[in-house]
Design a protein around this ligand. Structure first.
Ligand code: 3PG
Ligand code: MG
Length: 399
């Protein structure tokens, strides 16, 4: 893969950068700017080199419609604050404003183009439609830099097709993310522990499959626990349950035992009669969840057991909260896992937009961890061993 240094002298060149600026918004307020901050070094490096920088990115899933709710304008403002320099904003992606700004840009200036997903062709399944749109994006610039790690698993015009239209290189963020993922997949220092949470087993099938013969310990928390507990024959009350995944969960339990992987499930659960922040919480054994209650977090014994395994590991990858961390009464499990990751003597990786936002919301600093990935889906797909189209195309392969 070509890197930014391979692009030569960039002074006066128009550089189109694909960043992942898909941040959570509350109205127009960014509630976690981690992805904007992570995108700054590449943008700054290009601007410092005298390039005319055009940033293209998406926000949410506007489905091809220009919906102001998904405007990148607040993100462009935040980027300007972080860069300490003005950032121009085009209220279209390849239209008259984008063209005007692209031709008026001065050396070292930065502009953000409006949400690329306001254009239906960006995410089209029709490759000709995508390619035509990528051609219009390419007309704005001389070279392309792929730096949106969180979106490299998407075969979309501004991630994939654009690489055929312009001389292209990988940006520093994607390089750094891939380096860490390589350390996790190629020869992880052992013990290697993977902690998975989140609500659905079905989201994590690929990664569990692929890690069962690689990890030493697989710790499972979050809503998907109940499908595993049920698969072991326990009652789970009103807890989240994926009936159609029971056989698969059973299969994983057997396979883990056969392969000598420690698959660790919680032994106690925080339950409540309803899904509400002020619902009365109690702790019960994982095999004794009352029929009128639902599990909303892993219990204190489980948290302590998970933390001990994590702290004793040399490599840890964590994706997905252990409970409903947004509600204080059900945040302890996620907090305990995050805290243990900060104490790892080795490589600790927080995978994903949501898990990353969770640790920041719980008061941890980015520097407390070895690496916080900006890509949830992308890092999971990498660990699943899948080909990521946005990376493959940069390597000259067709995904
Ligand atoms: C993400 O938030 O996971 C990335 O920005 C990709 O977004 P997407 O899942 O809507 O493609
Ligand atoms: Mg996502």
């Amino acid at each position: 893969m070509k890197t930014v240094s391979d692009l030569g002298d960039l002074r006066g060149k128009r550089v189109l950068v694909r960043s992942d600026l898909n941040v959570p918004l509350d109205g127009t307020t960014i509630t976690d700017d981690g992805r904007v901050r992570a995108s700054v070094p590449t943008i700054k490096r290009l601007a410092d080199a005298g390039a005319r920088v055009l940033v293209t990115a998406h926000l949410g899933r506007p489905d091809g419609v220009a919906n102001p709710k998904f405007s990148l304008a607040p993100v462009a403002e935040r980027l300007a604050e972080l860069l300490g320099a003005p950032v121009l904003f085009a209220n279209d992606t390849v239209g008259p404003e984008a063209n005007r700004i692209a031709s008026a840009l001065q050396d070292g200036q930065v502009a953000v183009l409006q949400n690329v997903r306001f254009n239906e062709a960006e995410t089209s399944k029709d490759k000709d439609e995508r390619r035509e749109f990528a051609g219009k994006l390419a007309d704005l610039a001389d070279v392309f830099v792929s730096d949106g790690f969180g979106v490299v698993h998407r075969k979309q015009a501004s991630v994939y097709d654009i690489v055929r239209e312009l001389p292209s290189a990988v940006g520093g963020l994607v390089e750094a993310e891939v380096d860490v993922l390589k350390r996790l997949t190629e020869s992880p220092e052992r013990p290697y522990t993977v902690v998975l949470g989140g609500s659905k087993v079905s989201d994590k099938l690929g990664v569990i499959d692929n890690l069962l013969d690689k990890a030493d310990n697989l710790l499972i928390g979050g809503g998907m626990v109940f499908t595993f507990l049920k698969a072991q024959g326990h009652e789970v009350g009103k807890s989240l349950l994926e009936e159609d995944q029971l056989d698969i969960a059973r299969g994983y339990i057997e396979q883990a035992a056969k392969q000598g992987v420690r698959l660790v499930l919680p032994t106690d659960i925080v339950v409540a009669p309803e899904f509400a922040a002020d619902a009365p919480a109690t702790i019960v054994a994982a095999d004794a969840i009352p029929s009128d209650q639902l599990g909303l977090d892993i219990g204190p014994d489980s948290s302590a057991a998970f933390a001990e395994i994590i702290r004793g590991s040399k490599t840890v990858f964590w994706n997905g909260p252990m409970g409903v961390f947004e509600m204080a009464a059900f945040a302890a499990g996620t907090k305990a896992v995050a805290q243990a990751l900060t104490e790892v003597d080795g490589l600790s990786v927080v995978g994903g937009g949501d898990s990353a936002a969770a640790v920041r919301q719980l008061g941890f600093a980015d520097s407390d961890f070895g690496h916080i990935s900006t890509g949830g889906g992308a890092s999971l797909e990498y660990l699943e061993g899948k080909t990521l189209p946005g990376l493959a195309i940069l390597e000259g392969d067709d995904a």
